[in-house]
Design a protein around this ligand. Sequence first.
Ligand SMILES: [Zn+2]
Length: 131
Amino acid sequence: MSHLSITQLNNLERLLDEHELAAQAQIHAEAGRRVDEPFAELTGDVTDLGDEASADVMVDIDNAMMGLQLAELNDIAAARKRIKDQCYGICIDCEAEIEYPRLQAYPTAKRCTSCQNLRERTYASVKHTKF
Ligand SMILES: [Zn+2]
């Protein structure tokens, strides 16, 4: 069960809504500049697609910004699913409770601060290691 209060959860869901609107607005603006692709195909229920389907969508997206926004929409959809499954705010690595301030800053956060730092350090060291 979530360590977050109903009020906190409501606030975070509102933040997810805001992030979603912002991402959709960016995609909309980007799609408006692209005359060769129908807008509906780019944005139609992206958040409802499974991983496989959105991967297909991603292949067609050559614009980095568009890709980032679509990734954001996927993260938001995943966060909403975790809320529904009542595992939102729980670190996927160590199962610790993710601090509310961290969730406020990153409502789609999947890891607690220490696991995220560890992960970033691990990636950073992998990047610098030459085999
Ligand atoms: Zn953790």
